[in-house]
Write a protein that binds this ligand. Structure first.
Ligand SMILES: [Cu+2]
Length: 290
C-alpha cells in the first residue's frame, strides 16, 4: 500500500469511528489538567506550566496540579501589578503533590494566569464554547468552507457606566469609576473641568470591565455652572496586542453635579449604537440607528 492509500484508510477509519462514538470523544476539552513544570521556580527556567496554553470547554473542569518540589500558584492575571489579580480564579498556593479543581464557568475567552511566588511563570487558558458535531466536518472529505460566525456582540452607550465621586472642591482630585459590560474591555477616558483637561488616559484595558481613575486637582469648585464633563470612548474587546472587536468608537458621557450628593453623576447617555454584529469575515460593522 502506498502512503496515499494508507492515509485514505486512516481518514476513513476516523470518519467511521466518529460515526459510532459519542461526539465528545473527538477533541475532548471537557477536562484539562495543568501542571507546574518541575524546576519552573528557577528564574532561568523556560517551561513553566504544561500545557502552556490549555483549551477547555465552557463549563469544563480545570485541574491545577503541582508535582514540583517548590510551591506554586495558578493565579488569574497578567502580573502582580494588575489590579484584578486572582479575580477570575486563583488556586492559591499549592505545595508539592497538591492539586485544585475548578469549573470553567467564567465565559469563553483567553485567561492569562501566573505564579504569585515566581511571577515569571505565566500560562494561558482558552475557554471555548463546546465544539459540536458540525465542526467535525473539517476532518471529512467534503471540507466545506468554515464560516463559523463569531457571537454577536451587543453593546450600547448605556452599557458604559461612569461614576464620578462626590465632593469636588477646588484643589481636590476626583475619582471616576468606569464599568463596561463585558470582559477584556479597552477604552479611552477624558475629563474636563473649568476649561482644563483634568484626566486623559488612553488605552485602558480592564479584564473584568471595571476601571478606576483619578483626575488632577481641580482649579475651581465643581458646580452646576462649572461641571466636570467625562467622556469614555470604547475601543473594543480584546487582549492588548491582539485584534479588538466590538463597537469601537462607541462613546458615553457623564457630567458631575456635586449638589446631587451621593448620586453625584448624571449620566447623559446618548445611545448611538443599538446592535453591532461582528463576523469572522468583516472585522467590524458599525451601524448607527438613526
Ligand atoms: Cu511558582
Amino acid at each position: 500500500m502506498n502512503n496515499k492509500t494508507i492515509s485514505s484508510l486512516i481518514v476513513l477509519l476516523a470518519i467511521t469511528s466518529m460515526a459510532v462514538t459519542v461526539p465528545s470523544a473527538f477533541a475532548d476539552h471537557s477536562k484539562v489538567t495543568i501542571v507546574a513544570v518541575e524546576g519552573s521556580g528557577d528564574p532561568s527556567s523556560t517551561e513553566w506550566y504544561s500545557p502552556a496554553v490549555a483549551v477547555v470547554d465552557l463549563g469544563g473542569e480545570i485541574i491545577f496540579s503541582n508535582p514540583d518540589m517548590m510551591p506554586h500558584s495558578f493565579s488569574y492575571g497578567e502580573d502582580l501589578t494588575a489590579d484584578d489579580v486572582g479575580t477570575v480564579f486563583d488556586s492559591n498556593l499549592l505545595m508539592n503533590g497538591q492539586s485544585v479543581s475548578i469549573t470553567a464557568d467564567f465565559g469563553p475567552g483567553d485567561y492569562p494566569y501566573f505564579c504569585m511566588v515566581h511571577p515569571w511563570m505565566t500560562g494561558l487558558i482558552k475557554v471555548q464554547e463546546e465544539i459540536t458535531e458540525e465542526s467535525h466536518d473539517d476532518q471529512g472529505e467534503e471540507a466545506p468552507t468554515m464560516e463559523m460566525p463569531e457571537p454577536v456582540i451587543t453593546l450600547t452607550a448605556a452599557d458604559i457606566t461612569i461614576n464620578v465621586a462626590d465632593g469636588a472642591k477646588a484643589g481636590e482630585k476626583v475619582a471616576i469609576d468606569v464599568a463596561i459590560s463585558g470582559e477584556h474591555v479597552n477604552y479611552d477616558i477624558v475629563a474636563t473641568h473649568n476649561g482644563e483637561t483634568i484626566l486623559d488616559e488612553s488605552g485602558n484595558h480592564e479584564h473584568d470591565g471595571t476601571g478606576s481613575h483619578e483626575t488632577s486637582a481641580l482649579s475651581a469648585d465643581a458646580s452646576d455652572d462649572n461641571p466636570i464633563d467625562v467622556e469614555v470612548t470604547f475601543q473594543g474587546f480584546g487582549i492588548p496586542g491582539e485584534e479588538f472587536t466590538g463597537p469601537i468608537g462607541l462613546t458615553n458621557s457623564a457630567q458631575a453635579v456635586p449638589e446631587f450628593g451621593a448620586i453625584a453623576a448624571m449620566i447623559l447617555a446618548v445611545a448611538i449604537v443599538s446592535i453591532i454584529a461582528v463576523s469572522a469575515k468583516s472585522r467590524l460593522s458599525f451601524m448607527p440607528r438613526i
